[in-house]
Design a binder for this molecule. Sequence first.
Ligand SMILES: NC(=O)c1ccc[n+]([C@@H]2O[C@H](COP(=O)([O-])OP(=O)(O)OC[C@H]3O[C@@H](n4cnc5c(N)ncnc54)[C@H](OP(=O)(O)O)[C@@H]3O)[C@@H](O)[C@H]2O)c1
Ligand SMILES: [Zn+2]
Length: 342
Amino acid sequence: MEGPPEPMNTQDARQVSRDRSSPVRTMRAAVLTGAGRVRVDRVPVPEPKTGEVRVRLEGCGVCASNLGPWAGPDWMRFPTRPGDLGHEGWGVVDAVGEGVGTLKPGDRVATLFYDSYAEYDVGPESLAVKLPSGLDGKAFPGEPLGCAINVMRRSDIRPGQTVAIVGAGFLGLLLIQLARQAGARVIAVSRRGFARDMARRNGAEMALPLDDEGSALRAVERLTAGRLCERVFEVTGKQVGLDLAASLAAVRGRLIVAGYHQDARQVDMQQWNWRGIDVINAHERDPAIYVRGMAEAIDAVLAGGLRPEPLFTHRFPLERLGEALDATRDRPDGFLKALVTM
Ligand SMILES: NC(=O)c1ccc[n+]([C@@H]2O[C@H](COP(=O)([O-])OP(=O)(O)OC[C@H]3O[C@@H](n4cnc5c(N)ncnc54)[C@H](OP(=O)(O)O)[C@@H]3O)[C@@H](O)[C@H]2O)c1
Ligand SMILES: [Zn+2]
């Protein structure tokens, strides 16, 4: 079996996309072969087309949205494309296609490419955001950090407001940091004791268990003299989280649904209607908005308002992507977010 590709200097790298006569180089890429099964294959290194850049990835975040495919539902087709499902990559540009204007080999970037469980991935220049030197050596899965910024933008939090965050997972904890930074008083609600500890460490004044809906609601009523919360974020993607989040919203409050709800849900329309709450489904579809969020996340991390590093609790080499996905699903004690490194 061949070894990994030799590291290239910038001069070599620049020539890769133009020198078609050079022998095909290969890279390691993860391929899902069935429910809960993954292997690492050797496949050709992709070539950047017009307007695209190729990135030698340093790592890629493991996203909760991978868990659907990992469970192997009927609609899933195996084997997957090499690298498929990895969309939280970061690394160094090593080749550029024709017409690429702003990025050049050697630039360190966060990417919104889609085959990033691999040593290299390619994508449009417009979906790569340059990382400043202040982030050298640091992991930067741009997509989820950009999502936190984008969710926050739709919340309209004002200083002094009481904000409840239901679900202190990776996104919930980032939102706790940002809401605190915006001057809100933050109450977190989450299932695991570890998540609640992390919520307190990241700025929540109080962290309540999600297992008993009645007790969390009563505690918030006591804390707010019955007024409840001007802003509530639902960040679990589960019916139980949605129910509790809605019950915590004050009259004329705002419920920001950040969780993905792919299954059918029921809502208490009578309660929503009586309280006159604003309900925001805080998801984006336009890649340009994701990229804007990623760029703003870079600024927020540099300014210290967003602190993702302590939330990267688990790192796995690409060969152990299966363990990373299992941990993302099983959420063992001490787990928050997995990164795979190449
Ligand atoms: N709006 C966006 O742009 C955006 C971006 C990324 C993700 N999302 C969505 O936001 C949600 C959270 O994402 P994430 O990245 O933070 O995921 P995550 O780190 O896996 O966190 C999952 C959260 O859901 C809670 N949870 C999981 N299963 C639960 C259950 N059965 N009952 C109660 N709580 C449960 C977890 O609580 P414990 O940790 O306490 O167990 C944790 O707070 C997901 O629905 C995800 O798809 C939205
Ligand atoms: Zn993601």
